[in-house]
Design a protein around this ligand. Sequence first.
Ligand code: UD1
Length: 366
Amino acid sequence: MKPIILVVGARPNFMKIAPLYDELNKRSKSLILLHTGQHYDEKMSKVFFEDLGMPKPDIYLGVGSGTHAVQTADVMVKFEQVCFDSNPELVLVVGDVNSTLACSLVSAKLCIPCVHLEAGLRSNDREMPEEINRLVTDVVSDLLLTPSADADVNLRGEGIPESKIKRVGNIMIDSLFNNLERAKKSNLLNELNIEKGTYALMTLHRPSNVDSQEPFLRIIEAIKLICETTYVIFPIHPRTKSNAKKFGLLQQLENIEKLVLLEPLGYLDFISLMSQSKFVLTDSGGLQEETTALGIPCLTLRENTERPITVVEGTNVVVGSDTKAIMHHVNSIHKEEFKSGKIPDLWDGKTAIRISDELENFVNKR
Ligand code: UD1
């Protein structure tokens, strides 16, 4: 049996592959779990394998950090050799990180069928590196597995044949629902001595927010105002920390009384904090979805989102980095005037089953 290569590279990929790995494994598929090494710190990578109960990767490319070209090219060169050696049945990539783009391009050029999971999402903002990754990955992939109807519409609009598009639902929500019970064992909130339902959880790492000083400062001003009354727990991404240091802002952050700065957290600690928070402030894609699935208010600190369903149906609002706009929504949460949402169709924890069925159909038809 020729193997299926499942590619992971960066933190947001791990929780998307874990439930799929399990389901395909149950169906006795031959699998190669390949980690490009785009994220390599223990706290950005290894802890997720442990928390999600994933086996160690079969292949680790060890590419590490670099400019977009260096990182993408390094994955491509190393991944091509893996494809020569293992002659896979298909390659499955997830999300929109540089590793996703690199491996899909290699597969396409070698005429190895490529499946993109979480296809069709568009922010329509080409200044976002992920948008380029999404567009290119979708155009070279052979099967496009989408999380929601808006993604199908985007793909059709780009001229992708209907036969390539299959809506399977949101795989991240499988991991979230599978692990919420286990996450209750996390003792972190107790250790921080903060009460359930009273605090905000924040993440921030987009280049548009943290690579230049102005938006970063506007967000820090909002944090200061929020922290006048409310704890904000902020596990800080390595990119954000190093830029805060560079701009001389780390000290300012450390001086905010109710701001709790933490190192990046593992999956279980993080979903435990998220599920017990009053609201979330973020520029992450995945968190917009997880908060919608949990019914927790989410303020997205970006100008746009590739996940509009979380705004239309869920609990998300896109607010940007303007201090006043952020505070307007924070106040409406405090006054209990914030909207409530519903869980979108097919975000039901059964996406891995539907994906595995689609993969079987796809292979059988070839
Ligand atoms: C990447 C993804 C982004 C995703 C994010 C989640 C791309 C283009 N971006 O952004 O879509 O939302 O992951 O975290 O693929 N670093 C470490 N340790 C690590 C990894 C990175 O310290 O394990 C530092 C390095 O200084 C590195 C910087 O973080 O230069 C940025 O890492 P990189 O992988 O380029 O992008 P992210 O900002 O993490």
